[in-house]
Design a protein. Structure first.
Lengths: 108, 164, 119
């Protein structure tokens, strides 16, 4: 039973991983790509780690997997935020479809 | 001094979890390691330690975690559908929202929650005036008040009860 | 309705990828489980998509984003490696790799902003 649930978590996680990577290829500019990857890849990897925890139970591997989930959920949005700010300050424009850019208005 | 004690205990617990089957070596080596970490990073930890004793904050935190995970799952499905759709239905833009939270921890958690929830993504924070700049993958309203209503409100009330 | 159709179609494509798999490499390593070799194949596909973005990316920021994504994917790769081998130190590698990737992303962001590291 636990094996089936763990396998299900791993498969769902892999699916989200690959959707995030397809988004990385398809979307038009840096900010949209960050949207796709920072959401999908983070939750996908958390799914894989949680599946590992369910397959292994409360042994050394499982507890380390849980710690890695907490760590990943705390750090990955911060890294994405820093990258987006760096990109905006280095002068990367938003794509042609975009509607408004209040940040560039306020910085002037 | 009290805050450093709390930091020491947390660091020691994380050390024990990392080397899970607890044995004598890990217990003994953990003491100097946690002590060193506390000595170096003690100033960065929260100074208002009395808040850790209020039970209601933990209750709200337990309410916050499942809600956050549910929003996170919704965000993923939303992004996956947008990416897989051949016509790529995006309408991106950076909007400005206001928040009334003050403390650093609360602002960090607010930015992280916004980043992992549907369609929105925090680009920059201005902590003095409480303004967040948010990249929105499908802009529904360019007005500050309305965007605040749509994006921030559902997290702000809970986070104020937890961290402020 | 249309959304649902595309979604179901892509799930079928994903299932097809999953069932093709590549047997030789994991069996060279001596593993018995075909399921994990398929997981490996899907992760390899993710890596190659990230590397394509590193290759194409018009600006430096695109490449930084792709490298950050690659770091998070490798954490999942280490987690999958720890299942058939049963060695817990793969997760130690994963934690250390995640830390390195986080600090690397922060450093790249600082570099993109054009500031010094002492600010």
């Amino acid at each position: 039973m636990s094996e089936a649930i763990g396998t299900l978590f791993i498969v769902v996680g892999l699916g989200f991983d690959i959707f995030g990577c397809i988004g990385l290829i398809r979307l038009p500019d840096v900010y949209n790509r960050l949207q796709a990857t920072t959401k999908c890849v983070t939750l996908g990897t958390c799914g894989i780690l949680f599946g590992t925890f369910i397959l292994k139970g409360f042994c050394a591997t499982g507890i380390k997997a849980l710690l890695t989930i907490v760590f990943l959920l705390l750090t990955s949005p911060v890294a994405a935020h820093a990258l987006a700010r760096g990109a905006h300050k280095s002068g990367v424009k938003l794509c042609d479809k975009s509607v408004c850019d209040k940040y560039a208005e306020d910085k002037k | 001094m009290k805050s450093r004690m709390v930091l020491f205990i947390i660091g020691y617990l994380i050390w024990l979890l990392l080397g899970w089957p607890v044995d004598l070596q890990h217990v003994l080596i953990g003491l100097p390691v946690a002590g060193f970490v506390t000595f170096v990073t003690g100033d960065l930890f929260s100074q208002r330690i009395h808040r850790l004793r209020q039970i209601t904050r933990y209750v709200w935190f337990c309410y916050y975690v499942p809600m956050f995970l549910w929003e996170c799952l919704k965000a993923n499905i939303d992004v996956a559908l947008r990416v897989l759709n051949p016509s790529l239905p995006i309408n991106p833009g950076i909007v400005r929202v206001k928040t009334t939270l003050k403390s650093d921890t609360a602002l960090t958690f607010l930015a992280n929650s916004i980043t992992l929830t549907p369609g929105t993504f925090c680009v920059d924070i201005d902590p003095k005036e409480g303004i967040l700049y948010i990249h929105w993958i499908y802009v529904q309203s360019q007005d500050t008040e309305k965007a605040t209503q749509l994006i921030v409100k559902k997290f702000e009330n809970i986070l104020r009860k937890i961290f402020d | 309705m249309q959304k649902l159709r595309y979604f179901i179609g892509l799930i079928f494509i994903l299932a097809a990828i999953f069932f093709i798999g590549i047997y030789p490499i994991p069996s060279l390593l001596g593993w018995q489980s075909p399921f994990l070799s398929r997981c490996f194949f899907v992760l390899m596909l993710c890596f190659s998509l990230c590397l394509i973005r590193v290759m194409l990316g018009p600006t430096a920021a695109d490449r930084a984003v792709a490298i950050d994504t690659l770091g998070i994917l490798i954490v999942g790769f280490c987690a999958i490696l720890s299942i058939p081998t049963g060695r817990d130190w793969y997760l130690d590698v994963a934690i250390a790799w995640g830390l390195q990737s986080f600090i690397g992303a922060l450093a790249l962001a600082k570099y993109l902003e054009g500031r010094g590291f002492d600010e």
